[in-house]
Design a protein around this ligand. Sequence first.
Ligand code: BYC
Length: 476
Amino acid sequence: MSTIDYSEKIPNNVDLANDKTLQRALEHWQPRFLDWWREMGPNDFASVDVYLRTAVGVDAQGWAHYGTVKMPDYRWGIFLADPIADRTIGFGDSLGQPVWQQVPGEFRSQFRRLIVTQGDTEPASVEQQHRLGHTCPSLYDLRNLFQINVEEGRHLWAMVYILHAYFGRDGREEAGELLARHSGDVDKPRILGTFNEPIEDWLSFFCFCYFTDRDGKFQLKSLAESSFDPLARTCRFMLTEEAHHMFVGETGLGRIVRRTLEVMKEAGSDDPEAVRRQGAVDLPLLQRYLNFWFSSSLDLFGSEVSSNAATTFANGIKGRPDEMTQYQDHVCADSTFEIEVPDGKGGVMKDASPMRNAMNEVLRDAYIRDCEIGLKRWNMQIKRAGYKFELKLPSSRFRRAIGAWANVPTDLDGRPIDREELDRLMPGWLPSASDKAFVRSLMQRVVEPGKMAAWIAPPDRGINNLPVDYEYVRLS
Ligand code: BYC
């Protein structure tokens, strides 16, 4: 197993010290990153002590060290999972050939496009969450927010390393641009839609971690299959960190459901107004937030039928998650995949697409199945508490902005409806202005160790075997 060298200005396990040109280029980028972090990150908390984990190795066991750190002193570094000996290409036209240690010239722009898109999401999420610290529901949650923020910063480093090390001057320019685009910026927005949506409250934050970070899991798993080995190794290690981000989303939403059920029991009513009077999140309101973040995150997979997806699969650039274990045909030259498209007469029809072109849809399908797991768990909680309400994922045709269903008005079940009906019904399906104002009113910061805001139940356990009432962030 390779170890991480922490004596270097940029901690790394890629032997940076022996590549002076690359080291200098990255050391030149480092202060620009820190300036960006100071301006766009959780900077109002720059001087507080946070109980954070930092990577110290890249194997699954014992890879992280926990300790108290001020965020600007976090050791962002470059960590690649260890190489797999004699790894061969696992899919596409070059199946079985040795993986590449350099980017083949003919695939350069396709690789660069994907790496830049991946890299762009990381700082975007930090920007989106910029001010959340001020309204934290507990010190435990505040610490989790900051953990996610520093790790997204590190994921940016991961992509910037690949750009600098393998894409020459273009790569250096792209690395600069990653700090120049900003979430929601009118002139220079982030590349993908969801990453320009504001995250102004913790309900949105937990939905983002549940749905959008899960897109990260699927995209990183696909890139972890890449024939370009340094990219595959980088993504493999990023996935180790990513798991915690989805955990924060799933447990955060689960704790909200638990608290709401307690309040419903205390109030002896499931009336949303009665729940709101007790300062908790009513379940229909939660459903509207789920509708918003799920439908937005579905767009992140791209179009159902995509020539980009076909080319990147054929060329061995981007595979499918767990390509070796989940699929038998790794070439997919002759197979087809059934997709649903509008029939042009206000209905839905099935269409067979060449499998390679449908890879985005294959991923989206797997993603939706993964999203269902949390909903099943929360619905079980609701059922056990004796209520009939069921949380549901809307259809993947609902409120899409990308692909075959972009701007096709449908109801939550994906049935095409006319635009007037959509305009009339949409306010009941997505968070309304008054929903958002109510959620904002709940966002009062709670910073006494162990105490939770009234709208969320405590977690089952603390971080790294510490008690829930540990002072995870020392604000004074
Ligand atoms: N918004 O052929 P198409 C994460 C663009 S999340 C705006 O349909 P393709 C994280 C697309 O870029 C994971 N534009 O799709 C989570 C293309 O534009 P260009 C991020 C969109 O190319 C939480 C055009 O539409 N990683 O890590 O097959 C916190 C036609 O594209 C959108 C990746 O996404 C959209 N939603 O695939 C922190 C992996 N969707 O190039 C981090 C890298 C599509 O023609 N990216 N477009 O100008 C990819 O693999 C692919 O670019 C996509 C789309 C999956 C995004």
